[in-house]
Design a protein around this ligand. Structure first.
Ligand code: AMP
Ligand code: MN
Ligand code: MN
Ligand code: MN
Length: 287
């Protein structure tokens, strides 16, 4: 089975609607897809409705990717099989959304001071009804010819320590784990190999995540060096964490695709090992 447990829709910084995402996943022969938008579950119902309507043989998992702050790093925690209608969870997410909105205004202010005015409106129009992210500011900066690429927008303005960087006020890792588990989900440390930190910090991060009650880590993700992958396998075993995997797909490009590079080590227990919705799917597919 092809299991992709990390991707984004237009409800955050992905560029496909939940419907388009499902159709694309189906074309890529994905069997299980979790939608994990930044700090929102707003796209989940649309994804489920679309799946019901077109009766695709594809299981849809309600997910989220929560932003947290840890020792000055932005650490992302994916929640899988969360109850996307849970009122407590929704009110907690509204808090994060508020932090995003406040940060966006501060980013716009800093950009203005750095000589790039009127970026907010353009960024907001890219975000639409979805969560506003730095990726939307990056697109706006490209559109306004302030930079020539998204990468440059982060290098020059939006990245840590750059001219328009605003220290985010995200929740802690412990809070993210609690929010997810209170909503009935499993908490997974997202793309641990992609944080700009030394192996020593990475070991500390995984240890603290496990101590906070985290359930699993993404043990494989796109463009991960073999040595890093080996380290993640070791850390997952050491801390008895389950293994998850996902493409972190945002939009069609040369670099990422739904359902790609998802294999995880046989030494690890997959996060889906006891999922009921998966065994039902298996029966339906006839595996
Ligand atoms: P935020 O959560 O608002 O801080 O926005 C972070 C998002 O921006 C990430 O989820 C990525 O999708 C995107 N991003 C981060 N760094 C880069 C980069 N160097 N180039 C392009 N996109 C990036
Ligand atoms: Mn993103
Ligand atoms: Mn992330
Ligand atoms: Mn992501």
């Amino acid at each position: 089975m092809k299991i992709d447990l990390h991707c984004h829709s237009s409800y955050s910084d992905g560029r496909l609607t939940p419907q388009e995402l499902l159709d694309r996943a189906h074309n890529m022969q994905v069997d299980v897809l979790a939608l994990t938008d930044h700090d929102t579950v707003d796209g989940v119902q649309e994804l489920k409705d679309h799946q019901q309507q077109c009766k695709r043989k594809l299981a849809v998992i309600a997910g989220v990717e929560l932003s947290t702050s840890w020792h000055g790093f932005d650490i992302h925690i994916v929640g899988l099989n969360v109850d996307h209608n849970d009122p407590v969870f929704l009110s907690r997410l509204a808090q994060q959304s508020q932090s995003r909105q406040e940060r966006a205004l501060k980013i716009a202010n800093k950009l203005e001071k750095a000589g790039v005015p009127d970026v907010y409106e353009t960024a907001k129009s890219f975000a639409g009804v979805g969560q506003i992210t730095r990726a939307h500011f990056a697109r706006a900066l490209v559109k306004l010819n302030a930079v020539s690429s998204l990468e440059d927008a982060f290098k020059k303005y939006l990245g840590k320590g750059k001219k328009a960087h605003v220290k985010p006020e995200w929740i802690s890792i412990e809070e993210a784990v609690t929010w997810i588990q209170d909503a009935g989900g499993q908490a997974v440390l997202a793309h641990p190999g992609h944080y700009d930190m030394t192996a020593k910090w990475l070991r500390r991060l995984v240890a603290e995540f496990a101590l906070s009650g985290g359930d699993g880590i993404e043990a494989n993700h796109m463009h991960l060096a073999a040595s890093k992958r080996e380290l993640l396998v070791e850390l997952a075993i050491e801390h008895q964490l389950l293994a998850s995997t996902g493409s972190d797909f945002h939009y069609p490009s040369r670099w990422t695709e739904l359902g790609k590079s998802l294999a995880i080590s046989e030494r690890l227990t997959p996060v889906w090992h006891d999922w009921k919705n998966l065994s039902e799917l298996n029966n339906r597919i006839g595996n």
